[in-house]
Design a protein around this ligand. Structure first.
Ligand SMILES: O=C(O)CCC(=O)C(=O)O
Ligand SMILES: [Fe+2]
Length: 450
């Protein structure tokens, strides 16, 4: 849950600022030249053009001139978000026409210290571990869900947790929803988050329930499409589940105003299992969802700089469904950036609601996951930063996050088969799955900041 820490946020933005300072003098100069040549274009548009042309001012300028002559209204100066541009506008004809049948690693367009802004679903699928569907629900359904959750959000809470010896709070508010009263009880008694029990758990609302099958269907289609078009040999990833994605809970966030944000993190895999997939629906004010790849420290390009490849910003307008695919939590981090300004939404005002539908796996019920010496379920992590053992999963104690407790230093490598199934006692598990699915499903908050 470090993701929410104000203190942590300050630390990571300090790192980002430093890398911006280190790296961007030449980019700044180039932007200034481009700006003088295209005074009507926003900095975002200029940067996008520059990145799309590998830093060549001449080529970026030519493409901006061409773009402007084709569509003079496209340029804008607003610092709020929501306009639709595509990298394909900047790409040469042949590069878009000759998309390979089998997936190839997309050319990296983001750069150290810079933010590449993406709006177009094709660009997003190509350059990030996500895919997006705009205007996802029928308008009335999206608005009904938004209204319902805005009302709910009046009683959402900030999450409190321990950092070193301080109790700190998230900036935004949230709560989570499961299917039945029995699930609420299971949640409150059996599940632990960062070493503590969750108290704020609610029964799923009528609108969340109504939307769920649509999300389920769309996410499963996106998963299949991704496997076919983007993964090596058109095969699912190692440890990715073969089962259809079946969301049984929803974690809902409310960001009230432009400054409420979530720092860089990966979502906790403990109860979702490896290669977790998440369906994330955005409602109300449009905000920026930023992603950056986690680069192992001791590779050839080894670096300690988390911003070494820059970051990519995905714009999330009202009624968009973002799918975080199977490679996301292990290999990337994500955040909701603070905004300088926002376009108020006619229903939500300055608020944004985000629903992450999640598939809590029966096999990863808290009663099976390894317990640490403190007697609480341990958390599932993956080696992200070290080349040695990179991608290996492990269980560790999270007691250190509980006020008054110490981390008991429990550590155990995790063992999963190719489909992500754990190797523990299947007999016990079989007994449990005779219970209805609803009684074993859960919701988790975010966290996995290593
Ligand atoms: O608000 C969002 O879009 C993302 C929230 C998030 O990262 C999370 O709930 O884990
Ligand atoms: Fe998250």
């Amino acid at each position: 849950m470090d993701a929410f820490l104000k203190r942590n946020k300050r630390k990571s933005s300090a790192i980002e600022e430093q890398s911006l300072d280190d790296d961007n003098e030449s980019t700044d100069v180039k932007l200034a030249i481009l700006s003088s040549l295209h005074s009507n274009a926003s900095q975002e548009v200029l940067l996008e053009a520059l990145l799309a042309h590998d830093g060549s001012v001449e080529a970026a300028s030519a493409s901006l001139a061409e773009d402007r002559s084709q569509s003079p209204k496209k340029q804008r100066n607003s610092i709020t978000i929501g306009h639709q541009t595509s990298l394909r506008l900047f790409a040469s004809k042949s590069s878009t026409e000759e998309r390979p049948a089998s997936p190839k690693k997309a050319k990296l367009l983001s750069k150290k210290g810079a933010t590449l802004h993406l709006y177009d679903p094709e660009d997003i699928a190509e350059h990030t571990p996500c895919s997006i569907i705009h205007n996802f629900l029928p308008q009335d359904e999206a608005n009904d869900l938004l209204k319902e959750l805005l009302e709910e959000s009046d009683t959402f809470e900030k999450i409190s947790f321990k950092l070193f010896d301080n109790i700190v709070q998230s900036e935004h508010t949230s709560t989570f929803y499961v299917g039945t009263e029995a699930e609420i009880n299971t949640q409150k008694h059996d599940y632990f988050y960062n070493g503590a029990r969750m108290t704020n758990v609610r029964r799923i609302t009528p609108q969340l329930l109504r939307v769920r099958p649509r999300v389920q269907e769309a996410v499963n289609k996106e998963i299949q499409n991704r496997i076919k078009t983007r993964y090596p040999d058109g095969k699912k990833l190692k440890h990715q589940s073969l089962d259809p994605w079946s969301p049984n809970c929803a974690f809902v966030n409310c960001y009230n105003g432009p400054q409420e944000n979530v720092g860089y993190h990966s979502d906790q895999m403990t109860y979702l299992g490896p290669r977790a997939i998440i369906g994330s629906l955005s409602l109300g004010v449009a905000r920026e969802f930023r992603v950056r790849r986690v680069i192992p420290k001791d590779t050839e390009n080894g670096t300690d700089d988390p911003d070494a490849e820059g970051q990519i910003s995905i714009h999330l307008p009202h009624n968009s469904l973002l799918v975080m695919h199977a490679e996301m939590q292990e290999e990337w981090k994500h955040s909701i950036a603070p905004a300088q300004a926002i376009d108020p939404h006619p229903i939500a005002g300055s608020r944004r609601i985000n629903v992450t539908y999640r598939d809590y796996k029966k096999m990863f019920h808290a009663r099976y996951t390894p317990r640490c010496k403190c007697g609480i379920p341990s958390v599932l992590r993956v080696v992200q930063r070290k080349k040695e053992n990179w991608g290996k999963y492990f269980w560790m104690c999270h007691g250190g996050n509980v006020p008054g407790k110490e981390n008991c230093s429990f550590f155990q490598w995790a063992d999963f088969d190719d489909d992500g199934n754990p190797s523990w006692d299947k007999a016990r598990y079989k007994k449990a799955v005779t219970k209805p699915l609803a009684s074993t499903s859960q919701v988790t908050p975010q966290d996995n900041n290593q």
